[in-house]
Design a protein around this ligand. Structure first.
Ligand code: ZN
Length: 138
């Protein structure tokens, strides 16, 4: 039985935007204790837009593939657009049904991305709350 769509395995084997940025505006890491996934995202932010993004991670196929797809999809998006990203966005990218028990694997990349933007804003003395950048997983 095929557990995952081919595209997920393809992104898992050959992640897009994998690596590190020399000139990152912000670096953020998140860990999913349920599965052991660990994702670090680096962003280059200019004029409130994502100019470049790289990530490194260790984890299951869903966590790596969803982060790979996400980093491809969000290039040149604005901070406002990143703020609005939700669980459905990542599920649409993955294109498969995700078991509720694996939802944190699917959303860890997005969680890392949004909190990276949050920390970038905080570092730049913007008044934002972490809640605005949370990802609902239910
Ligand atoms: Zn996982």
């Amino acid at each position: 039985m095929d557990m995952y769509a081919d595209i997920i395995l393809e992104h898992y084997k050959h992640p897009q935007n994998h690596g590190t940025l020399q000139n990152a505006s912000v670096t953020h890491e998140e860990y999913n204790p349920l599965c052991g996934d660990k994702i670090t995202i680096q962003l280059l932010i200019e004029n409130d837009k994502i100019k470049d993004v790289k990530f490194v991670g260790k984890g299951c196929a869903i966590s790596i593939a969803s982060t790979s797809m996400l980093t491809d999809a969000i290039k040149n998006q604005s901070i406002e657009e990143i703020k609005k990203l939700d669980k459905e966005y990542i599920l649409d990218l993955l294109g498969v049904d995700i078991n509720p028990a694996r939802m944190k694997c699917a959303t860890i990349g997005m969680k890392t991305l949004k909190l990276a933007v949050y920390h970038f804003l905080i570092n730049n003395h913007k008044k934002v709350s972490e809640k605005e950048f949370s990802v609902k997983e239910e």
